[in-house]
Design a protein around this ligand. Structure first.
Ligand SMILES: [Zn+2]
Length: 471
């Protein structure tokens, strides 16, 4: 009989929960924290050394595997990163971060069809994710642009682990008492032996007369409906096995299951090697699925183009005042806006969302000199006549500062991304940039901050990212 402790769910820093074995909890916790401190600073090598130490004790610690995989990916070690994500999927086939990470990894290798396969799986699990949809959009474009011959997978590499159609109805019928425990147990056996669900080995009491608690049947019912995830379902099953309420006679030993996983992992490595070979032989063109790095590189090269530092320093009084007319006792204030071009390589079109920010303010009823006021915006390509200059920046304009504008007129700086998501530069998503734009434009027309968190002129905003796996 193998004894093992159950994983405890612990919350570490702001990251993720990490189940670790009880006797090493405090060590692993401290180490994970330390590693993450390196990670957020982009010190991936230092972080990986510590993640490896944690994994030596708890090789299947998913949160650690995940952070290591992302650290490897951000350092450009795509094959190594893919292997870590693959390990995660071996124990948790529907893990969204791992599915997306696989897509990014294959995209970075240039095996775009395989990347598409994983992004599609991820998007099915989380259809409202901006990040996954951005990646999916990228991969569809790149496949159309660069046709190539896909690399064949080694025979026996079964990456797809799906829950067969009959399993969930069986769980439901069992929950409703329509089928016997023994039928449910055979479904469980099937899932355990096919690695669809992972049941950590637990010490089983000999048979008891304990009744199956209601919560377990409810769990099975909810799992069948998709309202709880596999983990919560597995916890119930584990409880029953542990208490001896159901006896699952697992024919395959844990060692055998582990060996199958190891074989799969070996084949996966072989597959990656053939991909790399084919890509090199074909001299296949590779486009990074995450454009953030390209954007920052080009941005820094043409720094002068986007930064109106001199103009930011000079008082806004150097800019011409907006013109106005009084129509029906309403001030109609007319702003001319010069919009700097977008940094090259930027896949997100912020110039057109700028129109949304204009509309937002044009639809507001404001007041000036105790009278009603409405705004009108017009884009001009003449800097000298513009009351407001909009430019896109990625320079650090202060800790967590998203934008900058003078009150009433002058230069408006809009930040396109930052280093705060996962230690490297990551672009914000379109909505975030639009919000920053609307806010800064608010300053340009003379508005100050408000204390209402729901108001666009609130002092702060939590940015969302376009491609960051941890965003
Ligand atoms: Zn502000």
């Amino acid at each position: 009989m193998i004894h093992a402790f159950l994983g405890a769910i612990l919350l570490f820093s702001s990251f993720i929960s990490v189940p670790v074995f009880a006797q090493t909890t405090s060590d692993a916790q401290t180490m994970f924290k330390q590693a993450n401190e390196h990670f957020v600073k982009g010190e991936y090598n230092e972080a990986i050394v510590i993640y490896d130490d944690i994994l030596e004790v708890t090789p299947n610690n998913l949160s650690t595997l995940k952070m290591k995989a992302i650290a490897l990916s951000n350092s450009g070690y795509h094959e190594k990163s893919l292997k870590e994500f693959f390990k995660i999927l071996q124990s948790k086939p529907d893990d969204i971060t791992a599915l997306t990470g696989m897509g990014i990894g294959f995209g970075n290798l240039g095996e775009y069809q395989e990347a598409k396969y994983y992004f599609e799986k991820a998007v099915k699990k989380k259809s409202d994710s901006v990040v996954i949809n951005n990646y999916k959009e990228f991969i569809d474009k790149v496949i159309a642009k660069y046709p190539y011959i896909t690399t064949e997978k080694p025979v026996g590499l079964k990456i797809e682990i799906v829950i067969p159609d009959w399993i969930k109805p069986t769980a439901k019928w069992w929950a409703e008492g329509q089928i016997k425990d023994s039928e449910f147990v055979s479904a469980l056996l099937f899932m355990i032996e096919n690695k669809i669900i992972q049941i950590p080995i637990v010490e089983t009491k000999s048979e008891t007369d304990d009744k199956i608690p209601d919560w377990i049947r409810n769990n099975a019912d909810w799992w069948a409906d998709g309202s709880i995830d596999d983990n919560s379902f597995v916890q119930g099953i584990q409880y029953m096995i542990e208490k001896g309420i159901i006896i699952v006679d697992i024919k395959k030993s844990q060692e055998e299951i582990q060996k199958e996983k190891d074989d799969e992992f070996y084949l996966f490595g072989k597959y990656l090697r053939s991909i790399s070979k084919n890509v090199a032989d074909e001299k296949r063109y590779i486009e990074n699925p995450n454009p953030s790095q390209e954007v920052i590189k080009k941005f820094l090269r043409d720094y002068i183009k986007w930064n109106f530092e001199e103009e930011v320093k000079t008082a806004s009084s150097n800019f011409p005042d907006p013109t106005y007319q009084i129509i029906n006792q309403t001030y109609v204030i007319h702003y001319k806006v010069f919009v700097n071009e977008q940094p090259t390589g930027l896949p997100l079109d912020h110039v057109s969302t700028l129109q949304n920010s204009f509309l937002f303010w044009e639809n507001q009823e404001l007041s000036t000199n105790g009278q009603k006021a409405i705004m009108e915006f017009e884009i001009t390509d003449q800097k000298h006549e513009a009351n407001v200059w909009v430019t896109w920046v990625v320079r650090d304009i202060g800790q967590g500062v998203l934008g900058h504008a003078h009150l009433g007129k002058g230069v408006v700086e809009i930040t396109l991304g930052d280093y705060n998501c996962d230690g490297i530069f990551q672009l914000y998503d379109i909505k975030t940039v639009e919000k920053i734009m609307t806010h800064e434009l608010g300053h340009s027309i003379g508005l100050e901050h408000t204390s209402d968190p729901n108001n666009i002129m609130y002092t702060s905003l939590k940015p969302s990212y376009a491609y960051c796996l941890l965003g």
